[in-house]
Write a protein that binds this ligand. Structure first.
Ligand SMILES: C[S@@+](CC[C@H](N)C(=O)[O-])C[C@H]1O[C@@H](n2cnc3c(N)ncnc32)[C@H](O)[C@@H]1O
Length: 368
């Protein structure tokens, strides 16, 4: 395995529990996957009285997956009385205070932990590019909306902020990085899964109609991010160097790219025993755009919508601004940027929204 970093710099979600408050759409996506997770558990044979071992990789503050784990713990308890362990893992920069607060009932979120005895939540700062658990110890690994974050950008994109707008050699560099990072994630999980264990991953993708996050009709969200930064560049608000550093270290795999190492018998992943059981794409509409259809208030929509965007890309954009600027100046640029986006949404509400496009997949580790 290469010695590349385990996480790009500057990648953090909104802190203090704001992530889950702002990203109701991510919760909708996880809730939609509950039947898939329960069905995967039904195919796992626990041995004797060993405890159930689960992981939630890229969990952020844990608020969006509370109902998933409530369903899982109840489901397992109907099967047997074995203890249940859920390891919440995220990169070390994650806001673990918010996670602990949400899990242990210090916030407005309703945690499932007090509802059943012998359910243990454990926090881990290990990246999913690293080992998280001991060899052969995991029954089911879960992850939602996290594995599009690469270990780092292979290079800057000269005229866009995201690989969905990259071309030629620049796109090839991201394809290569995406392939390597996906294989690394799978190989790490192959080691820690028990034989017969399962992975349920819900990952951003480019679907069969080339739809992807924020590109499901109307304004293409990533093109809009880019057009706004390019206009800041041409107005002299930011420098070329800052614009270049705004490349988001992400890759959206297609279904074929996700499937390839799990179907190719010569791949290391296949040799490590991982098999693709099923993969399907689905679009979950932007909840803020859906609400707008009911309330019809464009300002209200724009104001509610922008925090969901900020929750995942502000740290990268803000981190690209030069340290030669004062902190105040950087804050003003970032505020002006998101205000511009908010004004655009308020002016043309029917054109905006961040529809979620995911690949839902179940992967098994072969027995014997
Ligand atoms: C959009 S949030 C998803 C949170 C939650 N799973 C959900 O679906 O609502 C993405 C999460 O992935 C985490 N992440 C990014 N790179 C990671 C890595 N290499 N290892 C573990 N977590 C990572 C981020 O810190 C963030 O918490």
């Amino acid at each position: 395995m290469s010695k590349r970093p385990v996480q790009a710099d500057n990648v953090t979600m909104s802190a203090g529990g704001l992530y889950s408050l702002a990203t109701i759409g991510a919760k909708d996506v996880i809730d939609q996957s509950i039947p898939r997770v329960l069905s995967a558990i039904d195919h796992i044979e626990p041995q004797g009285d060993e405890h159930w071992s689960f992981s939630d990789m890229g969990c952020a503050d844990g608020g969006t997956s509370l109902d998933l784990w409530r369903s899982v713990t109840q489901h397992c308890r109907e099967k047997n009385q074995n203890d249940i362990q859920i390891v919440y893992a995220d990169q070390a920069r994650n806001d673990f205070n918010a996670l602990v607060g949400i899990l242990h009932g210090l916030t407005q979120f309703k945690s499932y932990l007090p509802e059943l005895p012998d359910v243990h939540a454990i926090e881990s700062g290990s990246s999913f590019y690293q080992p998280i658990l001991p060899k052969n110890s995991l029954h089911l690994g879960f992850s939602a909306t996290a594995m599009h974050w690469l270990r780092g950008s292979p290079r800057n994109i000269s005229n866009h902020v995201h690989m969905v707008g990259a071309e030629g050699e620049e796109l090839k560099a991201f394809e290569q990085q995406g392939r390597e990072d996906w294989a690394t994630i799978l190989l790490q999980r192959a080691r820690e899964l028990k034989p017969g264990g399962r992975l349920v991953f819900i990952n951003f993708c480019r679907d069969e109609q080339d739809r992807y996050l924020g590109n499901t009709g109307g304004v293409n969200m990533f093109d809009n991010f880019n057009a706004n930064w390019q206009s800041f560049l041409s107005d002299g608000v930011i420098t070329e160097q800052e614009y270049q550093a705004m490349t988001l270290p992400q890759y959206y795999n297609s279904v074929d790219e996700f499937s390839e190492p799990l179907l190719d018998k010569s791949s290391e992943v296949y040799k490590a025993g991982l098999r693709l059981e099923s993969i399907q794409t689905a679009v979950v509409p932007c909840p803020f755009a859906e609400d707008y259809k009911t309330h019809g208030n464009a300002e209200q929509f724009a104001k509610a919508y922008i925090p969901t965007i900020r929750s995942w890309n502000e740290s990268v954009f803000a981190g690209a601004l030069s340290n030669d600027r004062s902190r105040q100046e950087r804050v003003e640029i970032i505020e002006a940027y998101y205000q511009r986006y908010q004004d655009q949404v308020a002016a043309a509400p029917a054109e905006h929204g961040m529809g979620y496009v995911h690949a839902y997949m179940t992967i098994a580790k072969e027995v014997g």
